[in-house]
Design a protein around this ligand. Structure first.
Ligand SMILES: [Zn+2]
Length: 324
């Protein structure tokens, strides 16, 4: 009798435990659904057809002031990344699209590099035109794109600081107040703000190289910061873009830099999301200049970069989930 009672008790406890677990799990699943809507398939970067439509290129008038985002040595301890817990936001729910921030290098009164070989163009005009091409192609893939600036407007420092404060983005005001409007550092603060209010997967800064004293230098360059919170995921994009460029331009030079903190570009080291900087060619080299000033060639290059990004998005997201 006693043994039977014990067996019945154990069975009852097992049933109660099972029902409780089921209820808790079901509740969790349902609440996840109610927060994000039904989980949908992750974007795979297909639908290339829309990418062939024209997007506006061209140039814009300059106003404002900004410093060339030169590599500089500074104190890494001063600035803590805004999101040290996870490189891609805090919300682990499944998303239907990815979000990429594109930073057209330079802009406003900072024209970037120039060269007789690119004629009336300046770097800032070429980077903006290519950024717009890249945006159109990525949007054709279903990727949500945020342009860090459009060459016409940007948040002034007071607004930038207020946005950063309101969203919990950390920054070093001493790096902002340098009499330059929308400096490379301010771009990172703005990008970190944007990545707080959006679920940003990747940041890319587009530039044009120059080697004043050596016109033989040609080809592409890609950098990422190998010593910050998002390095591991940045490298996934870095490698993927390298693969795409090598495949599309097998005979061109490709300089690849896995930068230490001290050597990294400001825009790659201080951004809280995975990031790379891509140099689209040397304005001081005849062959590169011909490509840079040819709209179809620029577009082909951005198609290549977009393919590298699209290829990396899902792997990067999975890596970010695991490291969280
Ligand atoms: Zn530049």
């Amino acid at each position: 009798m006693t043994r039977k009672i014990i067996i019945v008790l154990i069975a009852a406890i097992a049933v109660v435990t099972g029902v409780t677990l089921f209820t808790v799990l079901t509740g969790k699943i349902m609440s996840a659904f109610s927060e994000s809507g039904l989980p949908t398939a992750v974007q795979t970067g297909e639908a290339h057809s829309a990418a062939d439509s024209e997007s506006s290129g061209g140039t814009v008038p300059a106003d404002g002031d900004m410093r060339i985002d030169e590599k500089l040595t500074d104190n890494p301890a001063v600035f803590e990344t805004a999101d040290s817990s996870g490189v891609i936001g805090d919300n682990p729910t499944v998303r239907s699209t990815y979000t990429v921030i594109i930073d057209p290098g330079h802009g406003f009164t900072d024209e970037g590099c120039s060269s007789d070989l690119i004629g009336d163009f300046t770097e800032k005009e070429l980077t903006l035109a290519m950024a717009e091409d890249l945006r159109g192609i990525l949007e054709g893939y279903g990727v949500n794109v945020i342009m860090l600036h459009d060459g016409k407007s940007f948040p002034p420092l007071t607004e930038l600081v207020s946005l950063a404060d309101s969203s919990g983005v950390e920054y070093n005001i001493d790096k902002c107040v340098d009499n330059n409007i929308f400096s490379a550092y301010e771009r990172t603060v703005y990008a970190n703000y944007l990545s707080k209010i959006n679920d940003v997967d990747f940041f890319i800064s587009i530039h044009v190289n120059a080697m004043e004293n050596d016109p033989d230098y040609s080809g592409f360059e890609i950098d990422y910061c190998a010593e910050n919170e998002s390095s591991a995921v940045s490298k996934i994009f870095f490698d993927s873009i390298i693969d795409a460029v090598k495949s599309a331009y097998p005979s061109e030079n490709l300089y690849t830099w896995e930068d230490s903190w001290d050597k990294a570009f400001i825009v790659t080291k201080y951004t809280s999301v995975p990031s790379v900087l891509f140099e689209t060619g040397f304005a001081t080299n005849a062959g590169d200049a011909a490509r840079l000033t040819d709209r179809a060639e620029r577009r082909k290059l951005m198609q290549t970069v977009a393919d590298g990004i699209a290829e990396a998005l899902e792997a990067a997201e999975n890596a970010a989930e695991i490291s969280r």
